[in-house]
Design a protein around this ligand. Structure first.
Ligand code: XUL
Ligand code: MN
Length: 344
């Protein structure tokens, strides 16, 4: 049994298309995914705006709220919370060149419209967190956008959202690249700086995804720690990643168990979750996986978190203190490896 409350999004059980191949599994209806999430022991669901309200571009604000109401009823039936709503700006024809930082004023307006609608949906779903994964807020061609002006545009967009609703919290999920080449907000440090520059820094935090930190060449546990030091770790997306390549969203711990251990350790040591924060699992089904076994990556990830929580409970802080006092870090490192390998 975990100390954490877990969430996942509908996109985590996807059809398996990648940049070089089409879908390999049939789409699963949202209700079926929600039912399965409940069965797996999740406490909530994460949504993009159009996961909750497909086709919202073509709908009035009233219609959008009514559709969101149906999702609220669905969640209630399974006793699940909504963790957050995130505007999916990267798929839309209006935002080919980005949303809040598009060179087109009309597209920037559209991006804000979607952000406001995400807030409306979140209200109906009973959650106050809006996640901004700034997928295309950067450049493919470095000279195509003014980087200074566009960082200011990001701050303006967050301010507009904070002003639209005085209860919402905006959580920025940084990622250094993919689908764009250069992001305007690649790391936790950048998120903290943007937060500090907004009209209400207390309501602007970070979602740290393990894979995104690794893609930036950074340590996910230390990135979490950085946000925790500012009391701004609003959510985490646990997963794993084999080096600095395309975003893999592997099962948590599948590549680097020690790195996974240190993420769980920093969360446990800082009482993550005590202010209602969830542990999101942004893990993807492998493309090769057959439809009848396409939820295992979520179950495996939860299991790994639980097993690592036990390792954290067994972590010998007295021994650590002795090693630190003697500056014998080889001994400490050897101990950590033995702990993880089940030899202590
Ligand atoms: C993309 C990613 C997204 C966000 C939500 O890399 O992690 O799924 O978590 O928009
Ligand atoms: Mn994510």
């Amino acid at each position: 049994m975990s100390r954490f409350r877990f969430t996942a999004g509908p996109w985590n059980v996807h059809e398996g298309a990648d940049a070089f191949g089409p879908e390999v599994r049939a789409s699963i209806p949202l209700e079926e995914k929600v039912a399965k999430f409940a069965e797996l022991g999740l406490s909530g669901v994460q949504f993009h705006d159009d996961d909750a309200v497909p086709g919202l571009n073509e709908m009035t604000e009233g219609e959008i709220r009514a559709e969101a109401g149906k999702i609220r009823a669905l969640l209630d039936r399974y006793n699940l919370a909504a963790e957050f709503v995130a505007p999916r700006l990267w798929m839309d024809p209006h935002t080919v060149d980005g949303g809040f930082t598009s060179n087109s004023a009309e597209d920037r307006e559209f991006a804000l419209w979607r952000a406001y609608r995400s807030i409306d949906i979140a209200r109906v779903l009973g959650c106050n967190k809006i996640v901004l994964w700034l997928a295309r807020e950067g450049t493919l061609c470095a000279e195509s956008k003014n980087p200074v002006e566009n960082v200011r545009r990001l701050i303006d967009a967050v301010n507009a959202m904070l002003r639209y609703d005085d209860r919402i919290e905006v959580l920025i999920e940084p990622k250094p690249n993919e689908p764009i080449d250069r992001s305007f907000c690649p790391t936790t440090g950048h998120v903290m700086a943007i937060s500090a520059a907004t009209v209400d820094p207390a309501r602007v935090g970070c979602v740290l995804e393990s894979a995104h930190a690794i893609l930036a060449g950074l340590d996910p546990a230390n990135e979490m720690a950085f946000a925790l030091a500012f009391s701004k770790l609003g959510s985490v997306h646990l997963n794993d990643q084999n080096g600095m390549k395309f975003d893999q969203d592997k099962s948590f711990g599948a590549e680097n168990l020690r790195q996974a251990f240190n993420q769980v350790k920093v969360l446990c040591e800082n009482n993550y979750g005590s202010r209602g924060e969830f542990v999101g699992l942004d893990v993807k089904v492998m493309r090769t996986q057959r439809a009848e076994a396409c939820y295992q990556h979520i179950a495996n990830s939860i299991r790994v978190v639980e097993m690592l929580e036990k390792k954290v409970e067994r972590f010998d802080y007295d021994y650590q203190a002795k090693c630190v006092a003697a500056r014998d870090y080889e001994a400490l490192e050897g101990y950590v490896l033995r702990l993880l390998l089940g030899d202590v």
